[in-house]
Design a protein around this ligand. Structure first.
Ligand SMILES: Nc1ncnc2c1ncn2[C@@H]1O[C@H](COP(=O)(O)OP(=O)(O)O)[C@@H](O)[C@H]1O
Ligand SMILES: [Mg+2]
Length: 342
């Protein structure tokens, strides 16, 4: 393997700082197996820490460089309290045998509160069997409401001001800014798709998704054999994933995708019944079934409380196959659930 120098597309002094620690990567998704996350500092007394994310590009070097330059130039102009702040980007060409690859590094602030996947694992207790509560989940509405509100605020900003579709909204890509605080930051915008062509929807050929959070229209982009081309993605693509995030914040675990049968005379997608018989496990199976056979994430078993029921209808309103039936992030911010929850 031979490499050239780092080319600073957007220079920042974080790149020359001392590496203090490498964040544990084992917990991360396998979508980018070569990613390394480092925490850096210069003067430990100042406590100014940055995160440097280093990974290989998945597409060819020239396209990647153009796409990243355009996206980051755009993204770095903006500031929002619920979206990651990017300080710099540099690239390096690496020759691996006869292949030429790009490694890129991105500098951002170090958020210390952990991601929402960790939060859900730690804070959500699945119902105890035989506890007499019929297996209902007890949702921490104060936290879930605050997290979802921040997520929608950040997404509304990304969709309307930055004109980006994130394409991989999931709890592991939502960080808490500081330990013990509830401010959510949307991270991992490397694969986000610019939606700035004037129309509502964009074509994408490099969307990267995590199957159990991915909207049906995103799935065909992963070029599964034998599946027809999907409709273009839009901001509503992220809204499906918001529903999946809400499910995980209630259940503590990633959504389970299962087959779902719509009743024959139902006028609405949600007027049907689940067939729980088939839980879909492998990535290909989930992708195929969601895209083709109308599988959906299983809804959580919430109680009869008003807030539980409002949260359930919020989740349903995110999970329509028909993109146009899903609300926008701005519309969802004024959903009844948020007017009732603290
Ligand atoms: N700025 C940051 N501060 C703290 N932790 C971070 C930061 N960025 C990423 N992480 C941690 O590293 C994980 C992977 O980062 P991410 O950018 O999502 O990489 P990937 O593209 O491989 O998914 C996140 O889920 C989070 O736990
Ligand atoms: Mg990620």
């Amino acid at each position: 393997m031979s490499s050239t120098h780092w080319e600073p597309l957007f220079p920042h002094d974080a790149f020359s700082r001392t590496v203090m620690a490498k964040l544990d990567c084992k917990r991360r998704s396998a979508t980018r197996p070569h990613t390394e996350i480092f925490v850096t500092y210069d003067d430990p007394k100042q406590d100014e820490k940055f995160v440097i994310k280093e990974c290989y590009s998945k597409i060819d070097a020239i396209t990647f460089k153009e796409t990243m330059a355009k996206k980051f130039e755009h993204l770095m102009q903006w500031n929002h309290s619920n979206v990651i702040k990017y300080f710099g980007l540099e690239l390096q060409q690496v020759k691996v045998l006869f292949d030429s690859k790009l490694i890129y590094r991105i500098a951002s602030p170090y958020y210390t509160g952990g991601d929402l996947k960790m939060w859900a694992e730690k804070n959500v207790t699945p119902p105890m069997t035989g506890s007499g509560n019929h297996g209902e989940l007890h949702v921490r509405h104060d936290a879930v409401g605050a997290f979802l509100r921040d997520l929608l605020t950040g997404l509304d900003f990304l969709h309307t001001s930055v004109k980006l579709v994130h394409c991989d909204i999931k709890p592991a890509n939502l960080m808490l800014k500081q330990e013990g605080h509830r401010q959510v930051i949307i991270i991992d915008l490397d694969d986000a798709v610019l939606n700035d062509v004037g129309g509502e929807q964009s074509e994408t050929d490099n969307a990267c998704c995590t199957p159990c959070y991915a909207a049906p229209e995103l799935i065909d982009c992963t070029a599964l054999e034998g599946i027809a081309k999907a409709p273009p993605i839009s901001c509503k693509t992220d809204i499906w994933s918001v529903g999946c995030v809400a499910i995980q914040l209630c259940t503590g675990a990633a959504p389970v995708v299962c087959q779902w049968q719509k009743a024959k005379d139902a006028t609405n997608e949600w007027e049907g019944s689940y067939s729980f018989g088939k839980q879909l496990k492998t990535k290909e199976n989930i992708l195929y079934q969601v895209a083709r056979l109308k599988a959906k994430p299983k809804l959580p078993d919430l109680g009869d409380d008003k807030l539980d029921q409002l949260l359930l209808s919020f989740i349903k309103s995110c999970l329509y196959f028909d993109m146009d039936s899903r609300k926008t992030a701005a519309e969802l911010q004024i959903d009844d659930y948020f007017t009732q929850v603290n």
